[in-house]
Design a protein around this ligand. Sequence first.
Ligand code: SIN
Ligand code: MN
Length: 253
Amino acid sequence: MSWSQEQNAQFEEQGFLFLRGLFSKTEVARLNDVVPQLLNGDEQTDGMHRERERSGAVRQIYLAHRFSSRFQQLVCDSRIAEPVQHLLDAEIYVWHSKINVKDAFEGTVWLWHQDYGYWMWDGVDPSLISVMVFLDKATINNGCLMVAAGSHKWGRLEHYADETTTSYKQWCVDIPTLKDRLQEEMIQPIVGEPGDVLFFDCNLLHGSGHNMSPLPRKTFIVAYNDLNNKPHGVENPRPDWVVSRSFEPIVSR
Ligand code: SIN
Ligand code: MN
């Protein structure tokens, strides 16, 4: 599926594009059917990697696309893979995938960051694009993603490692830099329905708040990389669940 000229221009200008209803309710229900199994699986045997909140609730499940045929099919779906191939003008592979769970009342904040703030350290150029597929309704109350429109044009900002705010070490932009750069008018909360999809540039500043609602806020995020941008050797290579060494080209269908 290819985008219109306006949609491509919007992505270039704002660093993201939000498409409502790209997947039907039935398609999302088929994905959600397997999520409990992925949430409760045994890490030692099923090959997936899980991060947990301090409460013990699962925060993220990595690699669902390798172990669930439904998520495998999703990462090859032409509605999401083709526009990314066009934007990067390249063959692509899956850099990583994750289900961000954000359980009712328990899901915690994602501090303001650019994904390339993390990925630069993996020895790649900023030729990566993420696609967030909404598995649940996302509202202001349940901690929908917030993006800073146009921030991708700043290029990569300095990030530091926050190890105290959540159970999870987060690379994020410090408050003086945010005060200097980020204006309230730039912030767009991406509220939406299951089946909506957000495409975003790896230098787009984004984050999200705590889930204060009885509604969970699950999303599936797949990050694609240009096959010509494989990670170079770095001093401390991160594990394969977050920086995949499986360089199979995506054949979209
Ligand atoms: C992310 O930046 O990967 C996640 C943000 C979110 O799920 O709110
Ligand atoms: Mn991110």
